[in-house]
Design a protein around this ligand. Structure first.
Ligand code: FAD
Ligand code: NAD
Length: 474
């Protein structure tokens, strides 16, 4: 113990107050465990403060203005001018409401909240430095620990964040003035969501992606629609070039890129967003002091109960591996708390949905057709194009589809890929179907409200059975 330390003890020490940590804390509190949650910055972590929530707030505000400005075909002639400071201020209000809600929920569930940075001293002890000068520190002995320290953006060598020219996603979410032009390095989740926002606000966007398409891992017919729509919004793409560095020229940033063959190119813009992935945070907790060793990718590996190699220490959320999604962190936090409380909980990743909040949105869950084949199934596929959906047309769109994948033999639903407005919501029905072991008929025979986009989910299932009535059967 260090001089000036207070010594305390807890049954469960949780390090990190993001979606993984705060959900674990609340669930552990509900189960009657004595819980201490330590957060060094702001409760809610990346998701609430710098990620999901602020980005989705800006996406919504921007979509609203964009729709108003592009509704001539509906006889609506209007001009919505976006005051970026006002929009960012509204977004900050949403964030504050949610983060204070997290604190209240933790307290209401008996969680002891400690503000400061926790570091392992050994397998059963951590020290918490309480922030600023003279704030003191605390040594906490624990029976179980949950590491929920999340992730941070990868720094690209040669394009390190400086908050002025080279921006992280957090910097972009807090801009109070719209740059005239932006180079976006990386056409992944963040690159595509934020390029769409920037382009709709009127910024000239160039996406530099080192692979040959956007959104690695998504199928070609999914990315084609999203990329095409982004191009209509004015986003320019360059593929097969990796960003290497930059220099300041006339107050702007000149980004250099290189192809695999060594050819180089340059792109000038007022600002550069670097969004080339995120890496696990283990260095803030001195993980080695507790006997935890990150794998080659930097993650703390866990078993099906979120347990690390050290029997009484768990890891949840981004620090525990891909996919780095808030709802996956929630689930792992839940399971870790229940396992510590002695419940028979376990993780099951077969129905983890993913959504990309582009225009249109993408929603996926479970397997694609080729993944189903690789897994040894004989897949059947049903599709409903949005151009055959009455609801899509009333929303002014006809681009996109709902696709459902099932097993030919058993008709069990295996997965879905949706490109549509609100695909992030629509995908939930198929996630539930997979969780419940539903068959195609269960979805096809469910009466969906008319006219809604959800009818397309029912029609895609009917299409796989050769019984669709609003589209031609395959
Ligand atoms: P985090 O949310 O990163 O929280 C970790 C917490 O640990 C932080 O608050 C940190 O301060 C704290 N911490 C670290 N070290 C210590 C220490 N030693 N002591 C005390 N505290 C410590 N996911 C989605 O599912 N949907 C989305 O729409 C989505 N949008 C995103 C948009 C952006 C721009 C970004 C960047 C991410 C987005 N994500 C989204 C990903 C999502 O934010 C993460 O998957 C999620 O936040 C992970 O939760 P976590 O609890 O593991 O970690
Ligand atoms: P990402 O992994 O989604 O995309 C990174 C992209 O950068 C890839 O396409 C990669 O090929 C490209 N790239 C890497 N190095 C490059 C270089 N030198 N030059 C050009 N391109 C390069 O990562 P991200 O967009 O930073 O997002 C990080 C994570 O945050 C995501 O993987 C996801 O887990 C999470 N996230 C989720 C959501 C959501 O759920 N809607 C939204 C945002 C972020």
């Amino acid at each position: 113990m260090v001089v000036g330390d207070i010594a305390t003890g807890t049954e469960v020490l949780i390090i990190g107050g993001g979606p993984g940590g705060y959900v674990a804390a609340i669930r552990a509190g509900q189960l009657g465990l004595d819980v201490t949650l330590v957060e060094k910055d702001a409760y809610g972590g990346t998701c609430l403060n710098d990620g999901c929530i602020p980005s989705k707030a800006l996406i919504h505000g921007t979509n609203l203005a964009h729709e108003v400005n592009n509704a001539e075909a509906m006889g609506i002639h209007a001009r919505a001018d976006v005051d970026l400071k006002g929009l960012v201020g509204w977004k900050d209000g949403v964030v504050d409401q949610l983060t204070s809600g997290v604190e209240k929920l933790c307290k209401a569930n008996g969680v002891n909240l400690v503000q400061g940075r926790a570091e392992f001293v050994d397998e059963n002890t951590a020290r918490v430095a309480h922030g600023g000068e003279g704030q003191g520190s605390e040594t906490i002995e624990f029976e179980h620990a949950i590491v929920a320290t999340g992730s941070r953006p990868i720094q690209l060598p040669g394009l390190e964040f400086d908050g002025e020219h080279i921006l992280s996603s957090k910097d972009v979410l807090d801009l109070d003035e719209l740059p005239d032009s932006m180079v976006v390095v990386g056409g992944g989740y963040i690159g595509m969501e934020l390029s769409t926002v920037l382009a709709k606000l009127g910024c000239e966007v160039t996406v530099v992606e080192m692979l040959d398409d956007i959104l690695p891992g998504y199928q070609d017919d999914v990315t084609r629609i999203v990329r095409g729509r982004a191009e209509e919004l004015g986003v320019e793409f360059t593929f097969g070039e990796a960003a290497q560095g930059w220099e300041e020229v006339g107050g702007q940033a000149r980004v250099t890129t290189e192809t695999e063959d060594g050819e180089t190119f340059e792109y000038d813009a007022d600002k550069v967003l670097v969004a080339v992935g995120r890496q696990a945070v283990t260095d803030t907790v001195a993980s080695e002091a507790a006997g935890l060793e990150p794998n080659d990718a930097g993650f703390l590996e866990t078993d099906h109960q979120a347990r690390t190699d050290v029997e009484h220490i768990f890891a949840v959320g981004d620090v525990a591996g891909e996919p780095m999604l808030a709802h996956k962190a929630y689930k792992e936090g839940h399971v870790a708390a229940e396992v510590i409380a002695g419940e028979p909980a376990a993780l099951d990743y077969q129905a983890v949905p993913a959504a990309v909040f582009t225009d249109p949105e993408i929603g996926t869950v479970g397997m694609t057709e080729s993944e189903a084949e690789e897994a040894g199934f004989d897949p059947i596929v049903g599709e409903m194009p949005l151009r055959a959906s009455g609801r899509a047309l009333t929303l002014g769109t006809d681009e996109g589809f709902v696709r459902i994948v099932a097993d030919e033999e058993t008709k069990f639903v295996l997965g879905a890929q949706i490109v549509s407005p609100d695909a992030s919501e629509l995908i939930a029905e198929v996630g539930l179907a997979i969780e419940m072991g539903a068959q195609l008929e269960d979805i096809a025979a469910t009466i969906h409200t008319h006219p809604t986009l959800s009818e397309a989910v029912g029609e895609a299932a009917a299409n796989a059975r050769g019984e669709a009535t609003h589209t031609l059967n395959r």
